[in-house]
Design a protein around this ligand. Structure first.
Ligand SMILES: Nc1ncnc2c1ncn2[C@@H]1O[C@H](COP(=O)(O)OP(=O)(O)OP(=O)(O)O)[C@@H](O)[C@H]1O
Ligand code: SF4
Ligand SMILES: [Mg+2]
Length: 449
């Protein structure tokens, strides 16, 4: 590809990540000698600007959660640099990170596993104050009740236990805890993936409202492209521990440049009734995601890419920023002048994908009332979710996905415990019995665009 002029990076990002690496060692034998490493995150660089939402998307196991834990310093990086407001926090210890914890918070994937079932909601949400030795104006209880109200929960439920709440409400408790210390950056790891689709829209709207109200900056990790589309200003696509494409939402969805992004997007139906009847081709990637223990040489996607040539096998494409700000790591990018490679496409590449023509929906869908620009209803999200499931038979096996979820939940519990450690109240107050409070906005109203 012709290397375009590099874009200048935006001034003073809130978070700056440079060449971040996390390799989990694999040990063998009695002496626990290192026999290899899981290259979970392998040299990623990006900025997060104040007030924006950066979405991180990619298949299961590509390193999204590891990246989230690295930037919130719940994991020690193997290499690279993390700067927050210009300060190097890459290797800060627990004591060094304590003041930063106020500014950088994490919302965990599993609203069940991330809350200690033995603690009351009041105790859970007040833990950050106790850990930091901060007494808010008016006292901790009053502030916790204000926070519960802010996330759409009934402040009177201060003495209830997590099991007395629904999944969506528990996620709100996790959000209230993350917001307690008025953080600047919130990293949300799959904040809605454990929730019913109908509740997802409520939580997404809540995050959106809180961002406007409190001026938060988000890094939102998800594997659901329909959710990521509606929450993100910019989106980074990850594949096997690397960022392969990073750009603003519009460019990514309208003109994806990396073949992997193109394949991911082609599997997601457009949640627009006017276009639902239109025939579309979907790219199904064949074969499994390679192991992060011994990733493919050159471009890590070359074993599944239909455009792969000899250079793709041997030379890793760097993530280059184009003049437009669009960053892509590919020797033969889509939507570029020289996208058709002169080099001979590898034999294996010709069988890397299967093109499936989607069956047109009923004529009624086509006749449905048009939506106004940018308006996406909860139905659309539900529909996108349902159709995505149908359209992706090549997704990871359910058992595998479940195991990964369970593992993530377990880790989230440990981390949440760590976050709430130090708050030793037994939570012995009687739980209340009132009904559930209403969310601050109606569901069905995701209006980021
Ligand atoms: N503590 C650990 N020890 C060893 N390997 C790990 C550890 N944590 C994660 N990994 C491995 O690192 C890789 C990336 O894992 P990670 O959880 O970051 O993926 P992910 O993109 O969040 O996936 P998912 O969408 O399923 O949550 C996986 O291969 C995983 O098995
Ligand atoms: S064309 Fe080559 S460099 Fe680009 S994604 Fe495919 S294999 Fe990777
Ligand atoms: Mg994860």
């Amino acid at each position: 590809m012709t290397i375009p002029e590099q874009a200048t990076s935006s001034p003073e990002p809130l978070l700056k990540v440079t060449g971040l690496v996390k390799h989990f060692p694999i040990t063998k034998g009695l002496l626990r000698r290192q026999a290899g490493a899981v290259q979970a995150v392998d040299g990623i660089s990006f900025d997060v600007r104040p007030g924006e939402t950066l979405g991180i998307v990619g298949e299961s196991g590509c390193g999204k959660s590891t990246m989230g834990r690295l930037i919130t310093r719940l994991l020690e990086p193997t290499g690279g640099k993390i700067e927050f407001e210009g300060k190097d926090i890459t290797h800060l210890g627990v004591a060094g990170m304590r003041p930063m914890r106020r500014d950088v918070q994490m919302i965990f994937q599993d609203p069940y596993g991330s809350l200690n079932p033995r603690h009351t909601v009041g105790s859970i949400v007040s833990a950050p104050f106790k850990l930091q030795g901060v007494t808010p104006e008016g006292g901790i209880k009053k502030e916790v009740q204000r926070l519960l109200g802010l996330v759409g929960l009934n402040p009177e439920h201060y003495n209830r236990y997590p099991h007395e709440f629904s999944g969506g409400q528990r996620q709100r408790i996790g959000i209230a805890r993350a917001l307690a210390l008025k953080p600047k950056l919130v990293v949300a790891d799959e904040p809605v993936s454990a929730l019913d689709v109908s509740i997802q829209a409520q939580v997404v709207n809540l995050l959106d409202d809180l961002q406007d109200e409190l001026g938060l900056t988000y890094v939102i990790i998800a594997h659901d492209l329909s959710v990521i589309r509606h929450v993100s200003d910019r989106i980074a696509v990850m594949y096997l521990g690397k960022i392969v494409e990073l750009t603003d939402r519009k460019s990514l969805y309208e003109a994806p440049m990396h073949p992997y992004t193109k394949a991911l997007l082609s599997a997601v139906p457009v949640p627009d009734p006017r276009r639902r009847g239109a025939k579309s081709d979907r790219i199904l990637l064949k074969g499994d995601v390679p192991s992060p223990i011994s990733p493919p040489s050159g471009c890590r996607f070359h074993t599944r890419c239909w455009k792969a040539t000899e250079i793709c096998k041997t030379q890793e494409p760097p993530l280059l920023a184009l003049k437009t700000g669009h960053q892509v790591a590919c020797h033969h990018p889509e939507n570029a002048e020289d996208q058709a490679p002169d080099d001979v496409v590898l034999l294996s590449a010709r069988e890397a994908i299967e093109i499936v023509s989607a069956t047109p929906k009923s004529a009624e869908a086509e006749a449905a009332a048009p939506l106004t620009k940018g308006e996406v209803t909860q139905d659309a999200v539900v529909l996108a979710e349902a159709e995505t499931t149908e359209a992706e038979p090549a997704e990871a096996e359910p058992a595998e996905a479940e195991a990964a979820e369970a593992e993530a939940a377990e880790e989230a519990t440990t981390e949440a415990e760590a976050t709430t450690a130090g708050s030793d109240e037994s939570g012995s107050d009687e739980p209340g019995s009132e009904g559930e409070s209403a969310p601050p906005r109606t569901s069905g109203d995701i209006t980021k665009e």
